[in-house]
Design a protein around this ligand. Structure first.
Ligand SMILES: *[C@@H]1O[C@H](CO)[C@@H](O)[C@H](O)[C@H]1NC(C)=O
Ligand SMILES: *[C@@H]1O[C@H](CO)[C@@H](O)[C@H](O)[C@H]1NC(C)=O
Ligand SMILES: *[C@@H]1O[C@H](CO)[C@@H](O)[C@H](O)[C@H]1NC(C)=O
Ligand SMILES: *[C@@H]1O[C@H](CO)[C@@H](O)[C@H](O)[C@H]1NC(C)=O
Ligand SMILES: *[C@@H]1O[C@H](CO)[C@@H](O)[C@H](O)[C@H]1NC(C)=O
Ligand SMILES: *[C@@H]1O[C@H](CO)[C@@H](O)[C@H](O)[C@H]1NC(C)=O
Ligand SMILES: *[C@@H]1O[C@H](CO)[C@@H](O)[C@H](O)[C@H]1NC(C)=O
Ligand SMILES: *[C@@H]1O[C@H](CO)[C@@H](O)[C@H](O)[C@H]1NC(C)=O
Ligand SMILES: *[C@@H]1O[C@H](CO)[C@@H](O)[C@H](O)[C@H]1NC(C)=O
Ligand SMILES: *[C@@H]1O[C@H](CO)[C@@H](O)[C@H](O)[C@H]1NC(C)=O
Ligand SMILES: *[C@@H]1O[C@H](CO)[C@@H](O)[C@H](O)[C@H]1NC(C)=O
Length: 394
């Protein structure tokens, strides 16, 4: 018995794992891991300590330094206040299961010029030596190259459409309407201080004259927008500026309106109509309101997350297209740009107004399943029948 106990104790040192601490983000908010590489034995734990800003720890591969590896680990994002005390900061642990290299990056602002990985914020466990082709130095160079190409792509994307006479012709999704050029956007990384306890880093898209990204309050401000009303086929106000975290409360008044997110180039159809793999926008549905109703109007609320313009319309088409009548709405459209609210409204009127060319939407817009509503007269009143129509039948 004693013999087997002492044998167990003797083996223990080979079983106990070591904890290796790594700082994510420099003490001054710099985009670094510290140390930049460690070597670890099988069974060791690498504990990542998250410093101020909003970082993450994702596993990648040498060949694709800023992309999540298939089946690789991915920590959450940890927004850390600039003056939070060190012992309250979050950590994330990774267990080393074998001795092959583990490549790591911060995924903040992925695919934008502000990408942390693209600015060299990478890390490695058990990487090959410095003279190997797969060295940490070469891994970091590859990450910086990703960042450089993202910056170049953003610069050329914002330069191309803003040219005046030489700019490419931009045409609406249907109807052969020519669109004004796209104002150039920049991706901004900013540190937001709201009150002593909330300081965080945010990344957002901004245009010249966009409102500041700083929320007015932790819960944002509330903007009320009246939708319709007696003899009113418009949003009131029709365009507003709002900060991130603000709420927009749509109050539905007389008639039967809705608010649906669209895009500048395609104002009277849902965002990314016909492309189910692209992000879909919000849609309030219809709110029928009696002519004699005076209070308790139904509402629908959206939250503003960015300063990038939001475009919306009322989808009512009976008896006329409200969108084609100019019943559209924008948030954070820049007033002195080529794509301001007035320009948006005239695209809507040109495409869906009574004077619109009879050109219809491209086939792609009809590939999503829809719902047809039929009004059937019945003895007791009006019976609604909602008939789902499969995409293949359209
Ligand atoms: C913070 O940044 C300043 C200026 O770049 C530098 O002098 C200082 O050493 C940094 N502090 C730490 C803790 O890295
Ligand atoms: C090690 O294995 C554990 C359990 O399967 C897993 O959760 C962890 O992500 C693995 N570590 C690495 C670095 O792949
Ligand atoms: C953060 O700094 C502010 C002053 O800038 C201070 O009022 C607040 O107490 C600090 N918070 C923490 C957690 O230290
Ligand atoms: C932290 O970053 C992630 C990813 O960019 C983002 O989704 C999240 O909103 C950020 N958190 C804060 C508090 O800014
Ligand atoms: C409201 O408008 C929608 C879309 O035209 C229609 O399907 C619905 O029947 C209308 N509701 C009422 C009560 O008129
Ligand atoms: C649909 O959206 C995806 C993702 O945004 C995009 O890659 C694709 O090109 C779009 N397809 C069409 C036909 O526009
Ligand atoms: C509105 O008028 C209808 C009849 O047209 C009536 O049934 C309903 O009670 C009225 N509602 C209000 C709020 O006055
Ligand atoms: C803002 O973000 C929330 C949560 O991700 C989302 O539900 C909402 O639709 C976004 N708002 C807009 C206007 O896209
Ligand atoms: C605008 O016109 C297009 C093409 O005819 C149609 O698909 C769309 O539903 C119309 N939208 C509105 C709100 O009238
Ligand atoms: C809009 O106004 C801002 C500030 O007044 C100015 O910097 C910007 O150049 C203007 N944009 C255009 C397209 O005139
Ligand atoms: C958009 O809103 C701004 C600010 O409220 C206002 O000055 C401008 O006239 C509006 N534009 C249109 C076309 O209604």
């Amino acid at each position: 018995m004693f013999a087997s106990l002492s044998l167990g104790l003797a083996l223990l040192p080979f079983v106990v794992s070591t904890t290796i601490d790594v700082q994510v983000g420099g003490p001054n908010g710099t985009l670094v891991f510290s140390p930049t590489a460690v070597s670890a034995n099988v069974g060791d734990q690498v504990v990542f300590h998250f410093n101020p800003k909003n970082h993450s720890v994702f596993q990648s591969s040498f060949a694709d330094p800023c992309g999540l590896k298939d089946g690789g680990f991915a920590s959450p994002f940890f927004p850390v206040a600039a003056n939070s005390s060190v012992d309250t900061r979050p950590t994330y642990s990774v267990t080393v299961n074998d001795t092959s290299p583990i490549w790591v990056f911060c995924d903040q602002a992925a695919n934008t010029p502000a990408s942390h990985c693209g600015q060299g914020m990478v890390f490695a466990i058990n990487c090959p030596s410095d003279d190997s082709p797969n060295s940490l130095g070469n891994f970091q160079k590859a990450a910086l190259a990703v960042g450089a190409s993202l910056s170049a792509a953003a610069a050329s994307a914002s330069a191309t459409p803003t040219g005046d006479s030489g700019s490419p012709t931009l045409t609406a999704a249907y109807g052969g309407v020519t669109l004004p050029p796209v104002p150039s956007a920049t991706v901004v990384t900013a540190e937001i201080t709201l009150d002593s306890s909330s300081i965080w880093t945010t990344v957002y898209t901004s245009f010249v004259n966009s409102p500041a990204a700083t929320p007015a309050a932790a819960n944002g401000a509330v903007h009320t927008v009246v939708v319709g009303g007696t003899n009113k086929i418009f949003f009131d106000p029709a365009n507003i500026t709002a900060n991130p975290r603000d709420q927009i409360v749509f109050q539905f008044q007389q008639k039967n309106h809705s608010v649906v997110q669209s895009s500048f180039a395609d104002p009277c159809r849902p965002l990314n109509a016909g492309n189910a793999s692209a992000p879909q926008g919000f849609n309030s549905g219809f709110f029928p309101v009696d002519a004699n109703q005076t209070d308790n109007f139904p509402t629908y609320t959206i939250t503003v997350n960015d300063t990038v313009p939001l475009w919306m319309y009322c989808a009512q088409r009976t008896p006329v297209s409200h969108c084609g009548e100019g019943m559209v709405f924008s948030v954070n459209a820049v007033d002195n740009s080529t794509r301001n609210f007035a320009a948006f409204q005239s695209v809507a009127e040109a495409l869906n107004g009574t004077g619109a060319a009879s050109a219809s939407a491209p086939a792609s817009s009809q590939t999503t399943g829809g719902a047809l509503s039929l009004r059937v007269g019945g003895g007791a009143g009006v019976v609604m029948a909602i008939i789902a129509v499969a995409a293949s039948l359209l």
